[in-house]
Design a binder for this molecule. Sequence first.
Ligand SMILES: [Zn+2]
Length: 581
Amino acid sequence: MFLDLKTSNHSRIVCWMFGWLGAFQLWLPAQEPARTNVADLAIVNARILICDTAMSQASAIAVQSGRIVAVGDRSTVEPFISKRTQVIDAAGRTVTPGLIDSHLHFINLGQSLQKLDLSQAQSWDEIVSKVEQASWLLPKGTWIEGSGWHQSKWIRPPDNNVDGYPNHRSLSEAVPDHPVILSHASGHACFANQAAMELAGVHRDTSNPSGGEVLKDAAGNPLGVFRENAQSLIYRAQSRTTQRLSQEELNAATLTQLQLAGDACLKQGITSVHDAGSSFETVRRLRQFAESGQLPLRMSVMIRDGSENLSAQLPTHRMEDVGGGFLTVRSVKAMIDGALGPHGAWLMEPYNDLPSTSGLNTIAIEELKRIAILCKQHHWQLCVHAIGDRANREVLDVYEQVLGQQVSTDHRWRIEHAQHLTSSDIPRFAKLGVIPAMQANHCTSDAIFVPQRLGERRSAQGAYVWRSLMDAGSIISNGTDAPVERVDPRASLHAAVTRQLPSGEVFYPEQCMTRKEALLSYTLWPARAAFQEKQLGSLELGKRADIVLWDTDLLNCKPADILTANVALTILEGKIVYTGE
Ligand SMILES: [Zn+2]
């Protein structure tokens, strides 16, 4: 194992105590007296980045019943150590608070992890065997999904192929009892087995829908390949069967997705997530899981719905620290525009590379105002997705109008992404108390096309301007937007401090965060962005014990080494939930 965890019963201290007490043995009780200040776990000999506002450091920390009971140097922690304490010698390595990804889609992340990745498959037979193995683990009738296959990557053509596409027969024989849907790497075709085609009512007489094609073999039977619009025959069958699931089946499916997403987060040091948009039904289900201790990590969930449903349900769905701090629901999510890549971000002026459009406004401003008024009435936080500069302007205007006099209260309304800003709007974030929740990895992923879309002037003045926002008094709440991007916090931390593309180019370096700011953007600042800074986000006395031990000094290492840093241990609520290899 990579990690040499020196856990001990702290025999040195015990020996010292008994040595000193030797002369008074007559008065010693038969057993160690019951102590109330005994730590369950302690980490010593560490470089602890507390991530408080002063970015203080310590070398030892002790945890009892899920809370931090001591932090400082070894002498601070020793009074809490007994035979029952698990003591971890960090050997000088770095410790941070559990990281907080403040914008992702948690259940979607779990769903994406359930799909078989077929992008590296070298033959059709390899795909059949992967799907067959997956079927052994799933109840009959459960859909198996895969994606990324491409026949041009295969080293030999499949038997009975038509134009290089495989025939479903070998897959249908290997996996007869599970419907299977495998999407092509291009997204323009999918593959189904016999069970899926039966559920979709596809047979030899099925004709091509408009804009799509059901491929057939020489005998006129469906091959299993569905191109363009014909894919919806299979996807509709999948959603019909999913809708028929019982509550128990739905719960079981959601729980599996939560566990997969949770495992992916905990192994990267993420102990809390802000879920950017779930339904009322989903949060009711999450509540059950939180109350029965089944949530894999802490979730702060934004509700996504229209003003009519929000009006009816907001008063009864507020949840704070359910299940011992594992579930909080006190935010609403809305979206005012699309994304920059497909020219959907709503801009003040037309796109540089598509002058016929300025992007898309995806919610009526009046509806956004209704939602904002409801949030104000019920004291909920509002988080609106806004990417383009026009979108950000409109959201800031709505916030300012609706909050009115209350703009100076501690509302902490957020703008999700806040990617492209007009210069005059940058100081309005701090002035109005609006928190920009920006995913640093989007900057380095998108930078390759930003100047084409926006032109040089807009890119330089307003694209991912963390530095300008912070200089104007804002905090930045970081994250990944997984599964849109990988849930890897290292990519966002690295992007935050370097703005370096994979090619080595740097996108407007004057907007970089310092190393300390980047760490705060994944710890204390997102805790604040969810009203949780009294419980989470730093390793201060009394806070919840969510702690990560790293193999790399995230504060002082070379920037490139952030990308390869590994988590050695993740501790959630004082318990070790992940140990690195
Ligand atoms: Zn998102």
